[in-house]
Structures are given as C-alpha cells and as structure tokens.
Design a protein around this ligand. Structure first.
Ligand code: GLU
Length: 419
C-alpha cells in the first residue's frame, strides 16, 4: 500500500550528511564554520510578459556554496517545487561532488520556481534572459558557471550565453556548459551524466562480483540521466524491467525495449501506454525484485516510509538527493550497496569541466577522448570512495562525503582566512 510521505527538507538532509562525514574525519570546528554553509545567496524577482499579455513575476535563485577550489559550478533548475532551501542543498552537493571527482571547481546551483511544461518557448526564453540579467553580477567563466539541470537544456544555456555575451560585447562561451555544439559545447556532454552513472554501476558490479549482463534494473525518472543510463545498461546486456516518469510507470518482466521507449518519450513526452508493457504503480517500481535500482528523478523519493520495501542490491543515485538519511539507515541494514549521488551522477559536471577547458583553450576534443577521460575520472573517484568505505567501514555516502569535504577543508585551511 502507498503510504503518506512527509517531505523532508533537502537542505536539512545536506546538513545532516555533512555533520556525519565531518565527525567521521574529525573536522575541527573552525573548518566546519568555514565550509558548511553557502558563501553567497541571491534571490531575484523575474518579471515576464506572458503570451496573453499579462505580467507574471517568477522567483529565481542562485546560490554559491563554496569557491575555495575554483569557480563555483552547478546547474539551473526550472521546476514548480524549487525553493531557496532546495537550491542551497543542491549547491552544497555540487561542492562535494566536484571535490570527489577532483575537478577544480566549487559548488553552486540556481533555479526558478515555475512550471516549464505549461510555458511556451517564447515565455521560457524571456524568463531565462531576465533571470540571467538578474544574476549577471554573480556569473562568469572565472566566477560561477551554470549548466543544465531538471527541465533546462542546451537551448536554455544558449539563451544564457547570448544574454551574458551581449552585455560584454563579445561571445563568452565559457560562461555556461551544456551548450549546443555550435556555440562551443562539448561532444559527449549531453550523455555525460548517464554515462557516468553507467561507469559507476560497472565498478559496483565488479566490487560485488555481480554480472551486469542479464542483471535486472528499475529506473525511476526518464529524463536525461535516467534515459541515457537505461540505454547504456540495455546495450551492456542488462534487462530494464521497469521505467517511470512523472506520467506513469511501465513494466515488462522480459525487459523493455529501451531504444523504442526513448523514441516514444521524445515523440509523445511520456512513457505510459508503451507497447509490450503493463502499467504499474510508482511504489511497485521502488519495491521491484531487481538487481539495480536507479532513482533518476527528484530528491526524497526513497524515505523512511518506503525504504523497507526496496529489494535491489545496488541503488545508483542518478538524481541528486533521492535518499533521506533515515532511508539510508534502513537500506544499510538490508545490505543494499548505495552509489551516492555526488559520485554516481558526477559525470555531468566532469564533462562540463572538459567543456570549460576546451572553451578556454579554443581547442576541441574528439568524442572518444571525452569518453576515455570521463571513464578514468569516474573509476578513479569510485575506487577512492570505495577505499574509504572498506577501510573505515562506513556506508558509501559517508565515504564520498568524507572524501569531498576533506578535500574542500584542506583547500580552505591552506588558503587561510581573509583579511
Ligand atoms: N546539473 C548537473 C548536476 O547536478 C550538472 C552540473 C554542471 O554540469 O555544472 O551535477
């Protein structure tokens, strides 16, 4: 039976996970004071003339959590549930994520509270451009570099790049990543998050002596990260038995035809009604008897109330913050192996880093080169985290946070305090 779920606050979750990892590495109180909370937070009003002529004021945010190791980096989300606390949590996770994969960026995030599914292209463009001009003092290729996140894409990045460049008087491709290739985007960026998820699942299977070929998989959320990781797992011979999106869930015991499901989603915008599948309920997908569960939707989908029903051996967090600390404890007691978000989905920001480097150098790499470098970064990060997990006997999430927080704390300590 589906139970009523009390929504956890993502920022409280981020702070609780910080404290656990900071305790585990014995971080002193001065360092905690320096790195726990965001450096800079901006809330902006975004007035937009809607297609029917009336003006609607949206609320937008940009939070820079930490810039000790380099420019702040992180996506921009357009979603009805965006709040300042959610953006603060996502920015915090970006800081640890960039440190876990050891790229020279800090963490940031932005968002606008809006319902992009019910807005025209014109309304989205005007909202994006006005938001960009409102956060203009904060962003720049050396300062803070936005990227796509939930319900934003390469077109959104093109509008941000254009708006920023018009105020400078020349093209500044390095102000955003996840751009169209024709504007200085990187090959392999669009599929980078899903590809990184796939590499970490490969590493987890190796560690657990599990065969990926023939493994059964359930994927919650079929956006960029969910659909591309499903596709790569399908190509590797895994059986994707269940997939959901915001419109419904589909199931096929013998495995769904993922290339066709992606095709249908692109044409119709939903997965429900897919031929050769039967509809199931969202809680049935989470409780599916499968080897690998990929939460690829939003925060707090696996919580204390439903974690006990999860039967998968590997939980690969393609989404940011899908599992609450209370749910973590339940999964841990069941022996599940969680690949935490700041490791699992770090492929996106890693190729964002490659894109930024290429933009700065005006020299572009081949796609195979990107894949090879991404695989190396993801597998190194996985084994760095695994080492802490094994040696310190802590869950993978705590191990990843210990690694990320430790690296940021070291940078802050060496830099010292200004003035
Ligand atoms: N939005 C993605 C994330 O959560 C990518 C961020 C980026 O590329 O800057 O990691």
């Amino acid at each position: 039976m589906p139970t009523t779920i009390v929504q956890a606050n993502a920022y409280d979750v981020a702070m609780e996970n910080f404290d656990t990892a900071a305790d585990a590495i014995g971080l002193d109180s001065n360092s905690r004071e320096m790195i726990k909370r965001p450096e800079r937070m901006l809330t902006v009003g975004v007035p937009v003339r809607m297609d029917d002529g009336h003006i609607h004021r949206f609320e937008g945010f940009r939070v820079q959590h930490n810039s000790a190791r380099g420019p702040a980096k992180g996506g921009i989300r357009f979603h009805p549930q965006v709040t300042l606390d959610e953006v603060k949590a996502l920015a915090t996770w970006m800081t640890w994520k960039c440190a876990v994969v050891n790229i020279p960026f800090g963490g940031a995030k932005g968002g606008i509270t809006c319902d992009p599914k019910h807005m025209s292209q014109g309304e989205l463009e005007r909202m994006t451009r006005r938001y960009t001009s409102a956060i203009l003092p904060l962003i720049g290729p050396e300062q803070d570099i936005p990227a796509p996140d939930v319900y934003t894409n390469s077109q959104t990045m093109a509008w941000i790049m254009d708006t920023y460049s018009m105020t400078k008087g020349y093209a500044v491709p390095g102000v955003v990543t996840g751009k169209p290739i024709s504007l200085g985007g990187s090959l392999g960026r669009n599929e980078a998050t899903g590809r990184g998820v796939f590499y970490t699942i490969e590493s987890a299977c190796e560690h657990l002596h599990m065969q990926l070929k023939g493994a059964t998989v359930a994927v919650q959320g079929f956006g960029n990260a969910g659909s591309i990781s499903a596709q790569l797992l399908h190509q590797a011979g895994a059986k994707i038995v269940a997939v959901s999106d915001s419109t419904g869930c589909v199931y096929n015991r013998d495995g769904l035809n993922i290339p066709e499901l992606i095709h249908m989603k692109a044409l119709c915008g939903h997965v429900d009604g897919f031929p050769e599948s039967e509809p199931i309920l969202p809680h049935e997908l989470l409780a599916m008897a499968c080897d690998i569960l990929v939460p690829a939707a939003l925060e707090n989908t696996i919580v204390a109330e439903n974690a006990g029903t999860v039967r998968a051996r590997i939980i690969a967090e393609a989404a940011n913050g899908p599992v609450t600390p209370a749910a973590d404890r339940i999964l841990e007691s069941k022996g599940a192996f969680v690949i935490p978000d700041i490791l699992c989905n770090a492929g996106g920001v890693t190729v964002s880093y490659f894109e930024w480097v290429q933009d700065e150098q005006h020299l572009f790499w081949e796609v195979q080169d990107i894949y090879n470098r991404l695989e190396r970064v993801m597998k190194t990060a996985f084994s760095d985290v695994l080492k802490i997990h094994v040696e310190r006997k802590v869950p993978m999430r705590i191990a990843a946070n210990m690694l990320g927080i430790g690296r940021v704390a070291e940078a802050v300590q060496i830099r010292g305090i200004y003035p």
